[in-house]
Design a protein. Sequence first.
Length: 364
Amino acid sequence: MKQASILISRKKLLNNYNFFKSKLAKDTKIITLVKANGYGMGDIQISSIIQDIGGDYLGVASTYEGIRLATNSIKIPIMVLNPLVETIEDIVKHNLEPTIINIQFIIALNKYLKENQIYNYPVHINIDTGMQRAGVTLEDISIFLELIRNNRHIIIKSVFTHLAAADEPIHDQFTNEQINLFFTIATSIEQECGYKIFKHALNSWGIQRFSTNNFDMARLGIGLYGTGYENNQDSLFPVADFVAPIIHIKEAKGGTVGYGRHGKISENGDTIATICAGYADGIDRRLGNGAIRFSLNGKMVPTIGNICMDTTMLNISGVDAKIGDLVTIFGSAPHPNYIASILGTISYEVLTSVSSRVARIITE
Ligand SMILES: *Cc1c(COP(=O)(O)O)cnc(C)c1O
């Protein structure tokens, strides 16, 4: 192996995808979220696998994430969740499908499409039913309906809302209210337009906990990547292993390891291995000084000393290893959920912290 890499397992990805598909009605379409470089696992790689298996739709956050896919052989429709008005020309140029998140955006889009005599441009509508992040607000619904009345420039492919707490039973009443409110508004938009519009509200947790509701599409994110679910470790697997080869091994007789001399060598000496990945690759610096054990040749080995920018030192005493052997930073072991718990964060942040200089490689 030439460098630190994310090794994507096609098999695990398909397993996870099918797990969520089985929870939905047969004809419910899946929008696969590949924002933030495919949750850090590789946007083009994940998208191409989804495209190969006949996936319906991809979702990204920004226009430029969408352009990256559109210019790298991705042909299935790409929804842009948070487009800026300034990017409308680029959106249209690359056939991306923008989400209308407020009145300002639809006005700007209408103006552009009108000036360029473009008709039936596909768009999606985000309705804010309680998340209060982005989305057309309830106060603006009547102005919005006015703007889409007899509007020949756009065609509304879908209307959606985002659930604020689909994973927390304590908020289930709120979630059900979001869903009901959403259906009322989506239906009035559909009546205004006079044609069928797809409706969707469920993210990964929503699919698990609210899939009895009748939706046309679902937006699958973290679940596809196989993390974030404490309950399903038998059926969902982290889709990738974050690995780095050992570049150097030293039998240390004493002294300390690394910056600030924080790693102490034990009295009898220790075997120290250095891997070519550090905090600049996405190994959180708070995992240094033994806070985590990574896996090496079937054994778990602790970090020693402070994590450096480009390297991490491990105490591999007693483990049979040589230069070039791969250390797994996260994946099957340690699980990204476990790293998240140590860092006091969520697995989303662990995955998306893997930096762009790490290679993303598809494996079987
Ligand atoms: C990121 C995102 C999702 C996916 O959420 P997960 O919790 O990762 O399943 C769905 N919808 C919207 C609007 C999002 O921003």
